[in-house]
Design a protein around this ligand. Sequence first.
Ligand code: ARG
Length: 296
Amino acid sequence: MNESAHILLVAPTHYEVRYAINPWMEPERWLRDAAGFGAQARRSFDALVTALRAAGCRLTVIDGAPGLPDMVFPANAGVVLDGRLLLARFRYPERQGEEAPFARAFDALREAGVLREVASLPEGVFQEGAGDCLWDATRGLFWVGWGQRSNRASVQAVADYFGQPVVPLELVTARSYHLDVCFCPLAGGEILYYPPALSADSLARLRERVPAAQRIEATEDDLAHFSVNAVSVGREVVMSRTTDRLRGVLAERGYRVREVDLSPFMMSGGGAFCMTLRLDRRSTAPHAETVAAVTA
Ligand code: ARG
């Protein structure tokens, strides 16, 4: 049975690529056919909605805001666990304007009873949301990326707020500017990751906690397809069009891969995962919660 995931999406109405804050971004290419790419982005978004619904996810779609094109990547807006949301603080001025509209959207979700608390980071901490802070439901911990957008201090801030174990992972390349570009905990317990993106220490930390049989190494080609930036729910995996190699590896492990053409969003350095924010993550497995509720 599927965990029923509740996912936040932001409609791509104001999406465009008009600055470059990561090496994948192509504003000049976008400008050559802004209207065409805009239309393509809306079709890609609709296809993502269809794929996520087919994978059994419940979706909440909010509006973005003019002048804030990257709002379409809500994974960067906050970290959520047990109904508690820690608001992001963005590294670059290009995205800092997103903080206020996202905070308003999360307050509305709190009023609607979807979230129960919305909190801010301490001063001086940069933390770009779930893009750099991935909940590993199998191990009951957060993998926290730092070194590109989020700073080292964010690791402690996440640990302090959520009171859950955290494992810091240092990102050492500009192409993997967020952890979710190069690292994905799959629902079955495997970790799909691209080794060259992590420091030697961080790789050792990962290999200490995840046995070889559960480590799936992505290739440079998988990374360039934004295949590691995947949404994993139960046996379903939703991602941008992937490689024959990775499609085979995942199928062999029993995953059903749903591929979507996300090329207009890859022109901004994004794939399926960063276009989503899971609102329903719990620190205890849903099964354990049911048992607790019954015996209480
Ligand atoms: N253009 C956006 C940026 O550079 C893309 C963000 C994609 N998000 C992610 N979690 N990988 O900030």
